[in-house]
Design a protein around this ligand. Structure first.
Ligand code: NAD
Length: 487
């Protein structure tokens, strides 16, 4: 079965920060892949706009390099890249000044196509860009802006940013990116939940023992040490990515698969979250990699602050106070320099109420695991009889719900999260983007936790590089008679 690619309408996409890391690693290679797939129309235009002085020819060369470095493999011939590059222009622009704006305005005037402006720049420039766009008459109702993370660093700053953007753009024009929502498996999670009769009746506290959400990275803070130290795992990962996943797994079925119906339900989940008790939070900081201390130093050395109290790991137990989930814990965990790179949501069902099998057959649980990376896919652990003679022994086997065989080529035609989200912007579909009130509600939940450990002067516990976090994280689970899944 070959995937069906529906071309989007012609568009003009301006990438502010078009020379930056994100543009080179994700946005531009992603657009090229959509071009190769035949989804990007031949008359769509991409305009890189950044502070660097360069002409269009130099920019196209930079884009070409970025595609060879980060583009992965394409079923695209050499001439296709040339054609793609012909659709790209560059303008040297200053978000805070006058430079480049008249040129951009001229380029964007006189078309009645979709106009999208991607803010792939420091968040400190988001307000300036919105103001400049309006000042130069580019904030009309056909235009959209795409805003990168981080969206604020607490409730107050997120509110201020929402207010600033709302001065120039309607909420329906603002696309706040959380690239986790663009992952194939995340959408498949919704399809599995709401497209089957099988799961929804069991999707509640009566049948689910607990849910784990893990986002583990093997990398350290790298060159982002200074930025990261002002943020930490809670702000950088939990407030956005993990909470978004939590919402999708816990929300009530929306009445329709439309942006506001979905986002209304997600918002209700965040608002139903209880405050987290301090002893239900485990924070950690990674130690140096043994034998490779110079290249992979400990967290405090990496951020150049021997007294830093910022966490590179956090685990917590969250509770959702509503009818569906009362009594079911949600364990969230994320960290750097962990044993493997893995993002996974696991739904652990309860044991059967009574086992008809002999004691030594063991008690078993169904586990539904939704893997976001690596190897996106969904598996359901089911209990069967161990084949062969010798009595009734039970074993758990994974039922692969990725259905690679059934989907064939379609499954292989893998679309990166950024590509999907950019195409959604062009189509005007906000379902996979965070609404302003959602972001504020998420900060309203995380702020008191952060303020709590700051007030207690909590010091994160050290953990070994390449481990699964500090022992306090294991204890958090053990106290409840549970265990983290292997990363
Ligand atoms: P970067 O520092 O690599 O690039 C910044 C870009 O902004 C450059 O193109 C620069 O020319 C441009 N710029 C700076 N000042 C400007 C000005 N006054 N006027 C016009 N352009 C200006 O940053 P990045 O890593 O590409 O990140 C961009 C945004 O994306 C940030 O908000 C970041 O938090 C977010 N983000 C990045 C990543 C990533 O992997 N890099 C991941 C998630 C989110």
């Amino acid at each position: 079965m070959v995937s069906r690619v529906i071309p989007v309408d012609p568009f003009d996409l301006v990438i502010f920060g078009g020379t930056g890391d994100l543009a080179r690693r994700k946005i531009l290679p992603g657009l090229f892949r959509r071009f190769c797939a035949g989804q990007m129309p031949a008359d769509a235009r991409i305009v890189g706009a950044a502070r660097t002085d360069m002409d269009t020819a130099a920019y196209r060369a930079m884009v070409s390099d970025a595609i060879s470095e980060f583009g992965g493999e394409f079923a695209c011939e050499g001439t296709t890249l040339e054609k793609f590059l012909q659709q790209i222009d560059y303008i040297s622009i200053d978000a805070r000044g006058e430079k480049g704006w008249a040129e951009l305005q001229e380029k964007m005037s006189g078309t009645d196509r979709v106009e999208a402006y991607y803010f792939s720049v420091s968040p400190s420039l988001f307000g300036d860009l919105a103001e400049r766009l309006q000042h130069w008459g580019m904030a009309d109702h056909e235009s959209r802006i795409v805003v990168e993370k981080p969206f604020g660093r607490d409730l107050e700053t997120a509110r201020a940013l929402n207010k600033t953007l709302a001065t120039y753009f309607a909420e329906s024009q603002i696309y706040r990116i959380d690239h986790y929502l663009g992952k194939e498996t995340v959408q498949n999670l919704m399809a599995v939940r709401f497209g089957n009769m099988l799961f929804e009746p069991l999707w509640n506290a009566q049948y689910v023992d607990h849910i784990q959400i893990t986002v583990a990275e093997t990398v350290g803070v790298g060159g982002r040490g200074e930025y990261y130290d002002k943020s930490g795992a809670m702000r950088d990962m939990v407030q956005n990515h993990l909470m978004q996943l939590l919402c999708l797994i816990a929300m009530e079925p929306p009445a329709r698969f439309d942006p506001d119906a979905v986002r209304d339900e997600k918002l209700k989940v965040i608002r139903a979250l209880d405050p987290v008790e301090p002893h239900h939070i485990a924070r950690g900081q990674y130690l140096a990699e043994v034998g490779n201390e110079t290249e992979n130093p400990d967290y405090r050395t990496a951020v150049n602050d021997p007294r830093s109290h910022t966490e590179s790991f956090v685990a917590l137990k969250a509770k959702i106070s509503n009818w569906r989930w009362a009594g079911t814990p949600f364990y969230l965990r994320t960290g750097k320099r962990m044993s493997a790179r893995s993002s996974e949501i696991t739904v652990v069902f309860k044991e059967t109420p009574h086992s008809i099998f002999a004691e030594d057959a063991g008690r078993h649980r169904n586990v539904l695991s939704i893997r976001l990376q690596p190897n996106e896919g969904i598996t359901l652990g089911v209990t069967i009889k161990e084949p062969g003679p010798g009595g009734m022994r039970l074993i758990d086997v994974p039922l692969d719900m990725t259905f690679a065989d059934a989907l064939g080529d379609q499954d292989a035609d893998h679309v990166d999260a950024y590509e999907r989200l950019i195409m959604d912007v062009i189509r005007g579909n906000q379902t996979l983007f965070m609404r302003g009130d959602e972001v504020e509600a998420a900060w309203a939940w995380t702020d008191p936790l952060i303020q709590g450990w700051e007030a207690r002067n909590d010091v994160p516990k050290p953990y070994d590089s390449g481990s699964d976090g500090p022992t306090v994280s294991t204890e958090l689970m053990r106290r409840d008679g549970r265990e983290w899944r292997k990363v």
